[in-house]
Structures are given as C-alpha cells and as structure tokens.
Design a protein around this ligand. Structure first.
Ligand SMILES: *Cc1c(COP(=O)(O)O)cnc(C)c1O
Length: 378
C-alpha cells in the first residue's frame, strides 16, 4: 500500500525531538500564548522574510483574521478563485461579504490575473489569491492591479509555506500572507494551527487584538473579535519541524522531478512550474481526461490518490444564493473533473515513486491500445 501521505514515517525520524520539546512545554506551565508562541512567531517571520507574524488556531482563522483586520463586511466584495479549499471563500461569506470568483489559469491552477480587472466593481475591497498545490500565483500582475485600484491583497499560502516567487517567499508578496499547520500541509502540526505574516505593524496589532476577542487591554473590547490562538504545544512541535522544512520542501521537489522524468512520455498532463516560481509541491497534481478510471485503477493497485477539489466553490450548495451556475468558470470546472493528486511526501522512497509512475504508465498504455480497437484479455 502506498498512502497519499504517511505522517508516521516523519514522526519516526523526529519523534523523540518532538516529545522532548512538548514535555518541556508541559513543564513550563504556559499553554496559551506566552514565550513559546512568541518565539515561534519570530521564527516563522524570519523564515518567510516578513517583519511580523501572528499565530492563530487554523489556516481558516488566519484568513478570517486577515479579512477582519481590513474591516471586510457587508456589501464588500472580495475577488478570489473558485478552485481552492472551501475556507478561501467561506471566510469571505462568514463576514457577510461577497466572494467574487475569477477563473483560473490552465497551466498553474491559480487565479488568472488577466481576468481579475473585469471583476472589479466599486464594492471590491480585496483580492485573495491562493498559491494552490504549493506554487505561487502570478503576484506581480495581481499586485499591479491591486495598487491601481487601491485594493488589499491577502495571500492564501496554506499549501505554500516556503514556496518562492522571484526569490521572495510566499506570504510576503502582498499585504498579508496566511498559512495553515493542518497535519497534511507541508509544515503540519499535531492538530490544527495557523499563522499570518505581514510587514504592516498596524494590521498586525489589530490581528493580535482580534485573536483574543478584540480585547485591548484585557477585558476591554473596542471591537468584537474571536478566540483563535495557536496552542503552545503545537508551537514547540512546529518550531522543531520548521528546522527541517527547507530539506522537506527540497525532497518534495526531487520527488516531483523524478515523476516528471518517469511520466514524460505519456499523455498525462504534468504540473507546470512557472519559471518565476519555486514550487514546493504540497501536492503533485496530474491531469487526464479519464481521471476517474485512472484513480480506480491506482486504488486497485493499492496506490492512494486524492482529488483536490472535486466541486469548484461557485457550485457549492451553500453558495447557491450567489446565482452561479455550471459553465461560469470553465477552467475551474474542467480541472475539478480531470486532476488527480498522487503521493509526493518527502519520505516517499524512489522505489515507491517508480511503482506509482509505472502503474500510471501501464494504465495509459492499456487505455491507448484498447482505444485503438485491440481487445484486451480476450
Ligand atoms: C488547508 C487550507 C486552508 C485551511 O486551513 P485549515 O488550517 O485547515 O483551516 C485554506 N486554504 C487552503 C488553500 C488550504 O489548503
């Protein structure tokens, strides 16, 4: 069995170090906020090359706090991609604002900057690009549009911690960057967690206040915030793991390069790395017309895969009041039907990568001869 992700392998390598740091934290008596959190925030800011970092309870809350800090609310519109994890749009909706979807680029699966300007109205307040699968969106174009129209830009970097765009780290390419430490992300905790990075001191202070119920000083509330803090236990574990992130991201890139080589001569569409970007392959996502058939075949051969994401956000039932229908965002819709993410995690062995690639190749081969009219297994 080759799982999509095997967190136990990583734990085997670094588990004793994690246990030591968690036990020390338990001895310390500081479980919410405090020195361990402050230290980890400084480490993540330094890793990204941002001035400030604010931790919180999840990647979803990071996005929510970011939008709250710029006062997104009723009647506001936020432009984003329909091809992402649910949170990207739900946080906009939760604040009574309107997610305005904009179709994606076929090659990168990220928001297509050439389509953004047509979506801007006098209600537009912000653009929320996602660095899907671990590759940054085309940020220069997005920032240029945003500056011209006086809009905020918030990056959803939940899949892209350590990814780069023109040599700069994801999260530092706009006003505010958001990350998730959900266990399946490239830097995953042992539970939920999130982080926000920014160079804007005023917004950072506001987000620090918003994550503690909007109180400043304690028990005095100028605004209604939320309760969203990273557990100190998670922070010490993540702090251990952050040291290895560069190495793990490189291992993901090496695994991707091997897949690229092994799958080159097939009609499978491989991930395309934009020359401006350093993709960290949080997911390695291939594409083919017969996606569901391929997925079934891999499953029968004990190779796990996942579809990120099977239904674009504009077609989700909860957003039906937006009045969006099938056909509105053709690139997002065809991607949802044709993409498949295969195992890519750093601890995957070369033998396993070869097995996955061979199995995919064999499937495309039998498919191509059966489509030419040959009868298989007569
Ligand atoms: C995982 C993810 C989130 C949400 O992060 P959580 O920590 O699970 O709340 C948001 N956006 C994207 C693109 C994600 O992949």
């Amino acid at each position: 069995m080759i799982p999509l992700l095997d967190l136990k392998r990583q734990y085997k390598e670094i588990g004793s170090e994690i246990q030591r740091s968690v036990l020390d934290l338990l001895e310390s008596g500081n479980y919410v906020l405090g020195p361990a959190i402050e230290r980890f925030e400084v480490e993540v800011a330094a890793y990204c090359g941002a001035d400030l970092a604010i931790s919180c309870a999840s990647g979803t809350d990071a996005l929510l706090l970011a939008l709250m800090s710029i006062d997104i609310g009723k009647a506001d519109e936020v432009i984003t991609t329909p091809y992402s994890f649910f949170s990207t749009a739900s946080v906009i909706w939760r604040l009574s604002a309107k997610p305005v979807f904009c179709d994606i680029d076929t090659d990168t699966y990220n928001i297509n900057p050439d389509l953004i300007e047509a979506k801007i109205t006098d209600k537009t307040r912000a653009i929320l690009p996602v660095h899907l699968y671990g590759q940054t969106a085309d940020m220069d174009k997005i920032m240029e549009i945003a500056r011209r129209h006086n809009l905020f830009v918030i990056e959803d970097g939940a899949q892209a911690l350590g990814a780069e765009y023109k040599g700069k780290k994801a999260g530092t390419l706009s006003d505010i960057g958001c990350f998730s430490f959900f266990p399946t992300k490239n830097l995953g905790g042992y539970g939920d967690g999130g982080m926000i990075v920014t160079d804007n001191k005023e917004l950072a202070d506001k987000m620090r206040m918003l994550r503690v119920h909007g109180s400043s000083p304690k028990y005095y509330h100028k605004v209604v915030g939320i309760n969203s803090r990273l557990d100190a236990i998670q922070a010490v574990a993540l702090s251990c793991k952050l040291k290895y992130l560069g190495r793990w991201n490189e291992a993901r890139r090496r695994n991707a390069a091997l897949y690229n080589e092994l799958l080159a001569k097939t009609d499978i569409i491989l991930p395309k790395e934009d020359p401006d970007c350093k993709h960290i392959y949080n997911q390695y996502t291939i594409r083919c017309k017969d996606r569901d058939g391929l997925r079934e075949y891999l499953k029968a051969k004990a190779i796990a895969t996942e579809i990120y994401y099977p239904l674009p956000l504009h077609l989700q039932e909860c957003f039906k009041d937006l009045g969006q229908k099938e056909g509105d965002f053709p690139e997002a819709e065809s991607s949802a039907k044709e993409t498949l993410s295969i195992p890519i995690y750093p601890e995957l062995t070369e033998g396993e990568i070869r097995e996955v690639a061979d199995t995919i190749k064999y499937y495309t081969y039998i498919n191509s001869i059966s489509s030419k009219g040959f009868i298989l297994n007569p």
